[in-house]
Ligand binder design. Sequence first.
Ligand code: ADA
Length: 566
Amino acid sequence: MMRTFRTHYIRKTQLLDGPWDFLVDPEDVGRREGWERRFPETAGKLYVPACWNNELGLFEYEGVAWYRTTVHTDESASDYRLVFHAILGAASVYVDGELAAEHDGGFTPIEVYLENVPAGPHDIVVRTDSSLGEDTLPYKIVDWYHYGGITRSVEWQPLPSVSIAGMKLTYALGDDGAAAVRCEVATRGEAAGAPLRVELDGEPVWTGVAAGGGLETIEFAVPNARLWNVGAPELYTVRAVLAADDWIDRIGFRTVATGPEGLLVNGAPVYLLGVNRHEEHPDWGFAMPPKLMHKELDILKTLGCNAVRGSHYPQSPYWLDLLDENGLLYWGEIPIWGAHLPLEATASPVMADRAAAMLREMIRRDRHHPCVVMWGIHNEIDTRSEIACKLSERLIEAVRSEDRTRPIIYATMHPEEDIVLPLADLVGINKYYGWYGGNVEDFEGMLERFFRRLETLGLAGKPVFMSEFGAAGVFGETGWEPRIFSEEYQADVLEKALRIFRAEKRISGTFVWQFADIRVNTRNHHIQFRDRARSFNNKGLVNEYRKPKTAFRTVQRLYREFARPT
Ligand code: ADA
């Protein structure tokens, strides 16, 4: 299940999820030996979607692996669409031995169109390489467990001769309460003259015939549009029907803007009570089952949270659907994790191209979700450098060429020396006083100096979030005194930090690091990662099995208090 609702009523979708033939290729001989045509007999089985690191014996495996499955077609169709919703790392997709697609980056979909496919069995083979390097995204040093595999569902769809290739919805809200919607339907095949209909929540709002040329633009109005809002979600389903094909998506009408009061949703400031969430679980890796996402949503609602940062990569569309349906806000970002990113890598044109492509793919995938209120371009790169400014300019341009309706944010770890500040609409500060250095009270002085600096730079009024702060507390580690790594110590740091932030009127919201404990990269010998007791980052409010720590109750109490009108 990739979405919480059906994306087609008449187009048939076959999920290719299930056991695929699988084998690792540590010496990388598969291409030379033509495994895309002659898949080795020695292959075992691996369930799709999954991360291979969760299999016995493969925990540490990073590198190349191959998958194969077979689909059977008949004469009823000759064109097909194949979608891999996520393959970690670099992927090559072969159909009947021929290269059909190549893709970099593990969190956005790979779409393949196949034409004139004869009836019969067809082999789909995937070669994937999970290795991290100098210009991969993420970079080779990263503070999460780097899994490998086909981690989200695979869809296989027979297409009629005239079909829909995509739908883009944009809208403007008028003073009269109406939404003026523009629906662009991309088509395949000879669509001219084919019947075309657009429905809103099941009611036709436009009926006619396609003009042809590959893109149909339809405009319609929604009088008295119900607005989507924080804690008060209102969603509309839009369905395009072209001849014997259809395409369904969902939108919510709302505005997002920034002002000196912070983030404005429908013109009103919202104080963000947020958490950072990795989409990770020790038994599932990044291939998180939808049922677990429902549970996470319930936990976040119980916490009193109204915002989630998708740290640090595009998360599952299913998760975004749940946020849409429950009125929570979302910060979407790509995996530029910069704390140990050298300037040479920050300057690498290959990395910049990959980042721009990933932003484009994320925005195209997620742009209809009303929960998404900001696009994050990077995390903790060296924003004291001109090189970081160049990369930021490039990525801001990449975002704006796709979406001008949402503000752009990044997270800085150098608030007092940052020179990227003028470029983005919003900024998040990542600081760990009380953990990596200093005392939690040091936040006060840092913030005073930071806001003074913002004024000097002529940037007073730019909305600022505390995007990361916290401390590690090992679940069950309790005692009489708040020692580091104890639940009490973690709770204490978070209580003091959150009170300081809430009292500072120029801060527009907080994102606790982090929602749940995550596995970290045990292959990495960098000193920062050697404090990771149990090979986990233990700063979660809940442990890796989603059991609450003392800090969960503390943040719950504070978030409830902060949400009450003052
Ligand atoms: C950084 C980073 C997080 C995590 C955190 C920590 O701020 O953005 O991904 O690594 O530090 O726990 O140290």
